[in-house]
Design a protein around this ligand. Structure first.
Ligand code: C2E
Ligand code: MG
Ligand code: MG
Length: 667
């Protein structure tokens, strides 16, 4: 089978072909094939029309040849009916066009002979000699009335011209001039009609060639636009649908859900530690990893009739019709397992696993007021965030009951944008006590947020939202500036620790902005400590390490917060030179049992081995304080020592106003 381009070239050369050169057999074949149906239909229609005219000529027969009127009635009607019966029979039997035309041409000749035979048997010699002229109408019918090919039309016409000559020579009454005039007329009529027939056939063929060319062009344009469409909807690396295509599907499913109530889910799949995979194995391997994961996901979701796309760097998305959260959970788990089962080695991750895994977050449509399409993806995104925060390689479904997941979260996100300007944030300070001296060594600054109506929002709610929306960057700078202004302006509290999110450490220019705040408030860097919480979504990359090194150069101490709650603590201890490690309060609470106490001692030994200062959080009871003394812990923090309180209360006024630099600043 020739390609479209080959066929187009063939058509072009066929259109430019001189009349004497042979036609392309391939195009001829195609032409005949395409015309078959039309030819049969045309011949059938023409035969009906021709028979009607043939029978109507009975009137002229009666006037010119009254002596044989009865016979011509019999012949015309008889032959006419026979012709129609034959044509209808062939039509029903689906006789091919070639034979159909040949039989029709034969019928024309037979009808001519029938008329001729009856006419010459008439005694009206003069009338007959005039009437003969009408024989040329049969030639016209064969050449022009039907769409016969030249060969068929010419054969029929020649037979009729010959029959005419045979007839006039059998007539004794005709003269030589008559024979010459009528004979020449017959022959020229035939020649003219044959010529017109040939021209018509050539024209028909050319029309076909031009139409074919247009078709090929249209096909090409169609194919090209299809290819363009495919390209614009395909991810070039994995060959999966890209974000644009998935967004389109999403809209379609959403409309379907809105109109017919067919629920569906969005499942986001993010490859864990993909950045370190890329750094360690190289970008080519990284691409191959994405490709393999994409293939596996495609195979996994196939039986579910779901759509799969690449949604961003290392993130995939599945849109699937599922009836309820149980089905969704099962599918999401299947997806997670499929990635683990691939067993692609990943030796450079920091959580003890050694293969590529994925975190999966999913959300299901549910009836709610003012539901928006974007919200579904937003919810899946939050679920994914939760999966990451829970240690990765796990599935989390969006929970509408989660305070971070409901509408309040959007309100809080909006509130956070105006929080600093509207004075809605403040800092509370919690004392940190030196166990040996009993003095307040430091205080931790804890952020507080209140809504416009005065209700307070717990940090466990607003901090993750601020991290997700990026508001934490401004809030973080505000916190450091405020600590410098309201606490570190004098020397009553030596050090204040400020909690710092992973997002801040990753943000370009973070250390420079802190340096600027220190300069502007005239505070020494060594009066500040930054607490970094273990277990948050912090992949320690070169950027983060550089940022920490720059902060340390400013004199800022770096503390590890909530040690023991995340999975990455040990490797963090190895990678970052923390000044102090804060052991999470859950370990102290567990110290009520012998196992818990043993665990606490193990942790203390481990941290001490790395010669870090140890701070234990959550001291609430005197026995815990005694235990801390027994374990020779450096610092403690907890409700027993002091609850988070206002800046005025944590920094009681002294009678003597501080002097020098500090006095100037507070002035
Ligand atoms: P964290 O840094 O571990 O802060 C200690 C949390 O434990 C505080 O909760 C504090 O009120 C509470 N706490 C202190 N002593 C005790 C005790 O004896 N018993 C009990 N049950 N709890 C105690 P808070 O203020 O709700 O803060 C929660 C978390 O929010 C903080 O945990 C920190 O991770 C985050 N956070 C607070 N302020 C900021 C901030 O300015 N920036 C960032 N990035 N995160 C912050
Ligand atoms: Mg803290
Ligand atoms: Mg803590």
């Amino acid at each position: 089978m020739a390609s479209d381009a080959d066929l187009a070239n063939l058509v072009d050369s066929e259109l430019a072909r001189p009349w004497w050169a042979a036609a392309s057999p391939q195009l001829r074949h195609l032409y005949n094939k395409r015309r078959t149906l039309h030819r049969r239909r045309d011949a059938r229609f023409s035969m009906w029309a021709a028979v009607v005219i043939y029978v109507l000529f009975l009137g002229l027969d009666a006037v010119l040849l009254p002596d044989v009127a009865g016979l011509t009635l019999f012949v015309r009607v008889g032959l006419g009916l026979l012709a129609l019966a034959t044509v209808e029979g062939m039509w029903r039997l689906r006789v091919d066009a070639e034979r159909f035309d040949a039989v029709c041409a034969g019928i024309v000749v037979v009808c001519y002979l029938g008329w001729l035979g009856v006419a010459i048997s008439s005694a009206q010699a003069l009338s007959v000699s005039y009437y003969m002229i009408f024989g040329t109408i049969f030639v016209m019918v064969a050449c022009l009335f039907f769409n016969f090919k030249p060969r068929t039309a010419n054969t029929a016409s020649i037979l009729m011209v010959l029959a005419f000559f045979a007839a006039i020579f059998s007539l004794t009454t005709v003269s030589i001039p008559y024979v010459m005039a009528f004979g020449t007329f017959y022959v020229s009529c035939f020649a003219l009609n044959a010529y017109v027939n040939m021209k018509l056939n050539i024209e028909r063929y050319n029309v076909f060639l031009n139409a074919l060319k247009a078709e090929i062009r249209e096909d090409e344009v169609l194919q090209r636009s299809r290819e363009l469409f495919r390209l614009s909807n395909t991810d070039p690396l994995t060959g999966l649908e890209n974000r644009r295509s998935i967004d389109e599907k999403l809209r379609h499913l959403w409309n379907d859900w809105k109109t017919h109530g067919a629920p569906f889910s969005a499942i986001l799949i993010d490859i864990d530690f993909f950045k370190s995979y890329n750094d360690y194995y190289g970008h080519q391997e990284g691409d191959r990893c994405l490709l393999r994961v994409g293939e596996t996901l495609a195979g996994t979701i196939k039986p579910y009739g779901a759509s799969l796309g690449r949604y961003g760097g290392e993130e995939f998305i599945v849109l699937a019709r599922v009836a309820n959260t149980d089905e969704l959970d099962a599918l999401a788990e299947l997806i997670r397992l499929a990635v683990v089962t691939l067993a692609l080695p990943h030796q450079h991750r920091r959580d003890g696993e050694d293969v590529v895994t994925a975190s999966v977050g999913a959300s299901l449509t549910r009836p709610q007021n003012g539901a928006k399409l974007e919200r579904l993806i937003n919810e899946a995104d939050r679920a994914l965030y939760a999966a990451k925060a829970s240690g990765r390689n796990c599935v989390r479904l969006f929970d509408p009951g989660d305070p971070q997941g409901n509408d309040d979260s959007e309100n809080i996100a909006a509130l956070l944008r105006i929080a600093v300007a509207q004075d809605l944030v403040s800092l509370a300070y919690q004392p940190i006590q030196n166990v040996a001296t009993g003095r307040m060594d430091a205080a931790e600054a804890l952020m507080r947020l209140r809504m416009l109506d005065g209700t307070s929002v717990p940090p466990s709610v607003f901090i993750p939202i601020a991290e997700r929306t990026g508001a934490i960057l401004e809030l973080g700078r505000w916190a450091v500036r405020t600590v410098c202004r309201e606490i570190l302006c004098d020397d009553r509290i030596p050090v204040v620790s400020v909690n710092v999110s992973a997002v801040q450490l990753r943000a370009p220019g973070f250390s420079a902005s802190i340096a600027a705040i220190l300069g502007e408030t005239n505070v020494e860097g060594n009066r500040l400590a930054f607490e970094i919480t273990e277990g948050l979504e912090l992949e320690i990359n070169s950027g983060v390490l550089r940022c920490i090194a720059e902060l340390k150069q400013l004199g800022i101490r770096i503390w590890l917060d909530d040690f023991g709650t995340g999975f990455a603590g040990l490797s963090w201890l190895r990678l970052i030179d923390f000044d102090t490690v804060k052991i999470d309060r859950s370990f102290l609470a567990d110290c009520a049992t012998p196992q818990g106490a043993a665990m606490m001692q193990d942790i203390i030994a481990l941290v001490r081995n790395r010669s870090k200062q140890i701070l234990v959080e959550g001291v609430e009871h005197p026995w815990q304080l005694a235990l801390m003394r027994e374990y020779r812990i450096d610092q403690i923090q907890g409700y027993l020592i002091g609850r988070p309180t206002s800046p005025e209360k944590i920094r009681p006024p002294t009678l003597r106003r501080p002097e020098g630099r500090t006095a100037l600043r507070s002035a």
